[in-house]
Design a protein around this ligand. Structure first.
Ligand code: AP5
Ligand code: MG
Length: 180
């Protein structure tokens, strides 16, 4: 399996780029944020447990997220490729992912979509999703800096950094060109 991981700050274009990539490569996407929002909207027990994290912009605890990921991953195991949007988002999630894929025939493509803070803030303010309110955006960015950025060091030997401050189309072309 070709496993493509997109790492980036809130608003960096993970969702946009994974959708474009999914359309052209015909790989499914696992977007943890979308799954979390679906659970919340359907008011499932899991959704009720996660709502307070989303509403503040904190990360949902990894034990919950890892379970969600594993379920989805297992259901897509036979796919020739898979795109991960928003997972892993912490070093402990990355360690978990390594355990999950250990021994499987997996080609890893790990991307960091790099976008300056002021551009991120502009994009998110303009979009206005439920968690796109100013104080939540600030916390999401702080949380990203504290908890997700260490992944860039964790994956430093595998990481492809792509400048995400460009048109959607150009970013996509750069990502596709790096996939092996
Ligand atoms: P998640 O849904 O993943 O949100 P996020 O990381 O904050 O990122 P966004 O979805 O806001 O941005 P994006 O990078 O996908 O960019 P997009 O393409 O949308 O997570 C939400 C929450 O779920 C988290 O806060 C956390 O609580 C929880 N969660 C999720 N995963 C978790 C995990 N692993 N562990 C624990 N908790 C987890 O683009 C943004 C905007 O910019 C759009 O309007 C788009 O149209 C625009 N845009 C995109 N690209 C461009 C471009 N090139 N030029 C101009 N505009 C652009
Ligand atoms: Mg997204």
């Amino acid at each position: 399996m070709n496993l493509i991981i997109l790492i980036g700050a809130p608003g960096s274009g993970k969702g946009t780029q994974s959708q474009l990539m999914s359309n052209s490569l015909d790989y499914p996407v696992i977007c943890i944020g979308d799954i979390v929002r679906q659970e919340m909207n359907s008011k499932t027990e899991l959704g009720k447990e996660m709502i307070r994290y989303i509403e503040t912009g904190d990360l949902v605890p990894s034990d919950l997220i890892n379970k969600i990921f594993l379920n989805k991953f297992n259901s897509l195991r036979s796919s020739k490729g898979l795109i991960l949007d928003g997972f892993p988002r912490t070093v402990d999630q990355a360690v978990f992912l390594n355990e999950v894929i250990n021994g499987l025939n997996i080609r890893l493509n790990i991307f960091f979509i790099d976008v300056p803070d002021e551009v991120l803030i502009k994009r998110l303010t303009y979009r206005s999703r439920a968690d796109d309110k100013e104080e939540i955006i600030i916390n999401r960015l702080n949380t990203y800096n504290l908890e997700t950025k260490p992944l860039l060091t964790f994956y430093k030997h595998l990481l492809n950094t792509v400048n995400g401050n460009d048109t959607e189309k150009n970013v996509q072309s750069k990502l596709i060109a790096c996939i092996n």
